[in-house]
Ligand binder design. Structure first.
Ligand SMILES: Cc1cc2nc3c(=O)[nH]c(=O)nc-3n(C[C@H](O)[C@H](O)[C@H](O)COP(=O)(O)OP(=O)(O)OC[C@H]3O[C@@H](n4cnc5c(N)ncnc54)[C@H](O)[C@@H]3O)c2cc1C
Length: 442
């Protein structure tokens, strides 16, 4: 989205004269600002405000809702599967291009752990964030209404695997929201819930540095969150999370945020990949040895020119992705006009993370912040970064309103099954498990 925005601005004249055309292929008609997903899960931002409608902001581009399934760069052709091609029963339509920008991001890096594919959920999309919020509140409802202690215990046990941004922020925000929600339950207390963070290495949140990572562990443990370092999830079959330290937790909630890998579509191209499957790129954001192909973000292995002799790649994070996208847009225009290309250089500025309402941790340009100041910095920084003035205004308004009223604690899990009520009324059998069936998959 950022590259297309840049291109539509810089090629305004050419677009107006019909000399250029920008096509954006995207599975969803919106861009997700992922750093806001934990706050969306906590109910602090409504889901619609975490996303940016592409048709509105990219008004001079052709937006194609679909998924690129293959790219033949030698033939300058991409194969795209759209809802229409699926209905027509074809294997996709072909789009010809002159310049290719490939930025499909990353997907969850999973392992062949028993039960993982069947029971776990990721935390990368707005659907997952909202689904998880509804699920946590629904588990509290189950715990509140059951007489079976085993069902209650499993419902109130929440296991998060992976101590990076996504895992720590999602757990921090959801635990905070659930702790608040207990005040409206007559028989669920904060101490009845088990929140567990499982991390294979000896630290969490490497993005905020070692000292702040240690602080985060202490802070989470102070909140009674069970942080287990140097521990792995071995199995979650039969709805029991088995950890490498031998502990077993019956649970209905396993959130998998243990790292990412480049999007699999990259392997369906004739472009060069590095040993980790990212597109081999130059510091000008061109794909190495493939003229007219460009890449940025999590999918691109871009040399970090600020690292000196170390020869590092830019880490997969939003900080690099947003800045790379702008330089990439400029370089495509430079290349079309025969001008010299710009080099992408950005020294990692540090990171901010929220751990719940009024709680956070940050390390920015060497300055370390904890608690309320870090949380405030997290909000200020991301408000300045979320795209479009429209979104900034809506998010700011929501935060202001939330400061004046009590938090939202309602679960709208039935939104995921909008036909259930009607199916029942029409005498049919609901095509899914009732949301409150404690033995079913909720
Ligand atoms: C919960 C969470 C919190 C985070 N917090 C932070 C943070 O605080 N700070 C930070 O720096 N980073 C953070 N990150 C990481 C950051 O969001 C990512 O690094 C960044 O979004 C990568 O940008 P991208 O454009 O490469 O990929 P994405 O943002 O993932 O965008 C890729 C797009 O390509 C689309 N796509 C995929 N496949 C295809 C296909 N075949 N055809 C067409 N389109 C396709 C996808 O649908 C998606 O819209 C966070 C991530 C998560 C999940």
């Amino acid at each position: 989205m950022y590259t297309a925005l840049r291109l539509q601005r810089r090629l305004k004249r050419e677009l107006g004269r019909g000399e250029a055309e920008i096509t954006v292929v995207t599975p969803d008609p919106y861009m997700t600002y992922q750093p806001f997903l934990p706050e969306a899960a906590a109910g602090a931002i409504s889901p619609r405000h975490v996303v940016v409608p592409l048709r509105r902001v990219l008004d001079r581009c052709r937006v194609v809702i679909g998924e690129a399934t293959a790219v033949d760069h030698a033939a300058r052709t991409a194969t795209v599967r759209t809802p229409a091609t699926e209905e027509e029963g074809t294997d996709g339509s072909r789009i010809e291009y002159d310049e290719l920008v490939l930025a499909p991001g990353s997907v969850a890096r999973t392992l062949p752990i028993p039960g993982l594919a069947d029971h776990a959920i990721g935390f990368k999309t707005v659907e997952e964030a909202i689904g998880l919020r509804n699920h946590v509140l629904e588990q509290m409802d189950i715990a509140s209404s059951t007489r079976d202690p085993a069902v209650r215990d499993a419902a109130l046990t929440f296991v998060f695997v992976g101590g990076g941004y996504a895992g720590v922020e999602a757990l921090g925000e959801l635990e905070d929201m659930a702790r608040y929600a207990t005040r409206y339950y007559h028989n669920v207390r904060p101490g009845d819930m088990k929140w567990i963070l499982v991390e294979a290495s000896d630290r969490i949140l490497p993005e905020v540095g070692e000292e702040m990572g240690r602080y985060t562990v202490t802070e989470l443990r102070r909140r009674n969150i069970d942080v287990r370092l140097e521990t792995r999830l071995d199995s979650c079959a039969d709805r029991v999370a088995v950890l490498s330290d031998g502990s077993r937790f019956p649970t209905r909630t396993v959130v998998w945020t243990a790292g990412v890998k480049p999007h699999p579509v990259l392997a369906a191209t004739d472009l060069p990949l590095n040993e980790r499957g990212r597109l081999r790129c130059t510091a000008e954001l061109a794909v190495a040895g493939a003229p007219h192909a460009w890449a940025a973000g999590d999918a691109a292995a871009v040399p970090d020119v600020t690292a000196g002799e170390e020869g590092r790649e830019c880490a997969p994070n939003a900080q690099h992705a947003l800045r790379q996208a702008r330089v990439l847009g400029d370089n495509v225009v430079h290349s079309l006009r025969g001008e010299p290309l710009e080099t992408y250089a950005h020294k990692y500025a540090g990171s901010v993370a929220s751990l719940g309402l009024h709680k956070g941790v940050a390390q920015v340009y060497g300055r370390k912040l904890k608690g309320y100041p870090a949380w405030l910095m997290h909000r200020t920084y991301h408000l300045s970064r979320v795209p479009t003035f429209n979104r900034k205004a809506r998010v700011a308004a929501e935060w202001t309103l939330a400061g004046l009223f009590k938090r939202e604690i309602v679960s709208l899990g039935s939104l995921e099954h909008p036909r259930a009520e009607f199916e029942l009324a029409a005498g049919g059998k609901p095509s899914h498990d009732p949301p409150h069936n404690p033995k079913g998959s909720s």
